[in-house]
Design a protein around this ligand. Structure first.
Ligand code: S3P
Length: 447
């Protein structure tokens, strides 16, 4: 077994980080490319698909729903679409593992067709709220049962002519929005959704790429309105998946906090609905140069140069949360090095991610000597000496694991993280790629 495939990893002071690092494909876009390719007529070719465990769970579920999906030796994936009504009821339970995006988007797909499927997942996914998805899908006509509290397992019997919904979501969630849009593809009428802030809009862009008519408008109060027209027909369209800004975030912050670092990242997604972290880090004084911004496969991408910087604390406003919702764990690591304090507001959604990310980060940072306070919807991190030393659990959460390993790069004593296999869900090869830049992440035998 290669040392870096171990479940327990140790990260210790190292650096500087230098050179160019390749970041794997965007997880959100990868899920959507497989799903929309499946619902289209014709064959979709996908380049740069993230081959992490989450996306592979979605791929396996789509195969169980009757879709043919293959990969050639050049890592190009081919999806033979079966149209908006072509899926079959699977003979097995669909196990989406750790993937919230996979299970929630596929619930929308099943709700919009005359088939029945049961969904389950791992321990983390089984504790995450599903009512935010199943409630609107029931309003659209699907019959749904779930475990008490709206938890997995969930069984959905869909309808092929869903009721067109005009939905006002309480949370800015791309997963809620996308599930409704997917169920709405066969609906009798236009599907309308309002969300309190603009969440990531990859579903909207990709639906248009496949031929659907989708409009997005920002209302006067900054809420966001999306309309999918009735009668969409999706036609196969090739996709190139950009590198995931949420994965790039770990290398970006690691370089900013490790003295002497100077790294380059190529082809990173810069969609404005995902750009909150880079904006925040630049406001904090981070030396991040965005170069060569361009459109690839319908999405904005750019190359980034990141250099070590003395950061200073800021208040990160609540209305920015949706655009960086997955990046708060690694931002809290950057904040520990920033002069002053960094306040992160309006982040209650972090409590229902793969784990309660506010509590997980606060507990781990405090054990490493960092001064942190938090409540239900905010967290405040003060400049601290990073003593390090403890054994921290990743708590079934890939982003918690990678955040603690990144913190280890500047800790006085090494940080050990257990449960690192979960990193495979979104960033296969994380430790080796960081080590190629100059990090020191190992299974601990080298010490
Ligand atoms: C995702 C949306 C986000 C994010 C998740 C991926 C997506 O969840 O946290 O990692 O691909 O739609 P919410 O939009 O529900 O907050």
């Amino acid at each position: 077994m290669s040392p870096l495939s171990r479940d327990q990893l140790v990260s210790q002071k190292a650096g500087p980080l230098l050179g160019t690092v390749a970041i794997p494909g965007d997880k959100s876009i990868s899920h959507r490319s497989l799903i929309l390719g499946s619902l289209a007529i014709g064959t979709t070719k996908i380049r740069g698909l993230l081959e992490g465990a989450d996306v592979m769970s979605t791929k396996d579920a789509l195969i169980a729903l009757g879709v043919t999906i293959t990969r050639n030796k050049n890592s190009v994936w081919q999806v033979i679409g079966i149209g908006l009504n072509g899926m079959v009821s699977p003979t097995t339970v669909l196990n989406l593992g750790n993937s919230g995006t996979g299970v929630r988007l596929l619930m929308g797909v099943v709700a919009g067709q005359a088939i029945t499927a049961t969904f389950c997942g791992d321990e983390s996914l089984s504790g995450r709220p599903m009512a935010r998805i199943t409630n609107p899908l029931v309003e659209m006509g699907a019959k749904i049962t779930s475990r008490d509290g709206g938890l997995l397992p969930v069984t959905i019997s869909g309808v092929s002519n869903a009721i067109a919904l005009d939905y006002h979501s309480k949370v800015a969630s791309a997963q809620v929005k996308s599930a409704i849009l997917l169920a709405g593809l066969n609906a009798r009428g236009a599907t309308n959704i309002n969300e309190p802030q603009a969440s990531r809009d990859h579903s909207e862009s990709m639906l248009r790429h496949f031929g659907a008519s989708v409009e997005q408008n920002v209302n006067a109060d900054l809420s966001h309105h999306i309309q999918l027209s009735e009668g969409a027909i999706l036609r196969a369209a090739d996709i190139t998946v950009p590198s995931d800004p949420s994965s790039a975030a770990f290398a970006v912050v690691a370089a900013l906090i490790t003295p002497g670092s100077d790294i380059n990242l190529v082809g990173i997604g810069t969609n404005p609905s995902r750009a909150g972290l880079i904006r925040t880090l630049i406001e904090m004084g981070g030396k991040i140069d965005k170069r060569n911004e361009r459109i690839e496969g319908g999405e904005l991408v750019a190359d980034l140069r990141v250099r070590y910087s003395q950061l200073h604390g800021i208040v990160v406003p609540a209305d920015r949360a949706a655009s960086m919702i997955d990046e708060y764990p690694i931002l809290s690591v950057a904040a520990a090095t920033a002069i002053g304090t960094t306040e992160m507001l309006g982040i209650a959604e972090l409590r229902v991610k793969e784990t309660d990310r506010i509590k997980a980060m606060a507990d781990g940072l405090i054990k490493c000597g960092v001064n942190v306070s938090y409540d239900d919807s905010s967290m405040c991190v003060a400049n601290s000496k990073i003593i390090g030393g403890p054994i921290l659990s990743a708590q079934n959460d890939h982003r918690i694991a990678m955040s603690f390993l990144s913190l280890g790069l500047i800790a006085e004593t090494p940080i050990t993280v257990t449960g690192c296999n979960t990193i495979e869900t979104s960033f296969p090869g994380f430790a080796s790629r960081m080590n190629q830049l100059g990090a020191s992440i190992s299974d601990g035998n080298a010490q």
